[in-house]
Design a protein around this ligand. Structure first.
Ligand code: ADP
Ligand code: ADP
Length: 227
């Protein structure tokens, strides 16, 4: 068990109940797609996984530890989150510095940092852009930088918010190849996505959220039959 969510309720200060009692267990190495209409609570759920939202009630456990008790910095060692909008997470002056920031921040030794940064740049097709300014890249390129920055932190759990949005066919193919590699390394992969083909090809399990509840949870084949 890597992730255990028990009766999670999230109510925003304006009274909006975004999560109305979500329970979900994700095992190590699982590939889970979270789908559902706009407003279903998907982003709110993701925010709990990285500790930037606190439960109104209920509990989120990562590797058996209470996420709310762990704090953002500790959680960052376990859960990597790739935002839907890459510009929310790009700050450095070069692609290489951006990707190197996470492993430096986590205190990894220099040789591990270098190996992780080079690997992350390579598998996202960014080696040739190492010295470019992230803001000078296309939206798809910036999205790959955001992904590489998360990969370089080598977390056992990777959460991606709408990873295929704004990506061309070639970038999606690269992403799919990369996800297969991460899966074979034993990483746990969770994606919020609207992309049915992407779900079908890359995930084993689908969780459907609607109105802040888990409406359906099962194998991707069954979901495709019903879709
Ligand atoms: P999804 O990612 O599935 O579109 P969200 O988690 O973004 O869903 O939103 C779930 C519900 O919570 C929606 O009704 C949304 O309008 C509301 N919501 C999201 N963020 C806030 C906020 N900061 N304050 C108040 N309501 C919010
Ligand atoms: P490719 O898709 O390029 O064949 P591999 O998964 O075979 O990628 O890895 C190629 C190189 O990247 C190897 O030297 C491997 O040790 C390194 N590598 C793979 N995964 C990681 C990781 N999570 N962290 C650091 N280095 C990695």
């Amino acid at each position: 068990m890597v992730l255990h969510i028990d009766s999670l309720v999230h109510r925003y200060p304006n009274g909006m109940t975004a999560l109305a009692g979500v329970s979900l267990t994700v095992k190590a190495g699982e590939r889970v797609a979270v789908v559902g209409p706009n407003g279903a609570g998907k982003s709110t759920l993701a925010r709990h996984l990285i500790g930037i939202a606190r439960p109104t009630s209920g509990r989120v456990e990562v590797n058996g530890r209470d996420a709310a008790g762990l704090g953002i910095a500790d959680l960052a060692r376990s859960v990597g989150f790739v935002f839907q909008n890459p510009d929310a997470q790009l700050h450095a002056a070069t692609v290489a510095k951006e990707v190197g920031f996470g492993p430096r921040n986590l205190g990894f030794p220099a040789d591990r940092r270098t190996a992780l940064t080079e690997w992350a740049l390579r598998v996202t097709g960014l080696t040739g852009e190492a010295d470019s300014h992230p803001r000078h890249l296309s939206f798809g390129g910036r999205k790959r930088v955001a992904l590489a920055s998360v990969l370089a932190m080598d977390t056992p759990i990777i959460v991606l918010d709408e990873p295929t949005t704004g990506q061309d066919h070639r970038s999606v193919t690269l992403l799919e190849e990369l996800l297969r590699g991460l899966h074979s390394q034993g990483k746990t992969i969770i994606a919020i996505t609207h992309d049915t083909d992407f779900c079908a090809e890359n995930f084993d399990r689908v969780v459907v959220l609607a109105e802040g509840r888990v409406q359906w949870d099962g194998p991707v084949e069954h979901w495709l039959e019903g879709a």
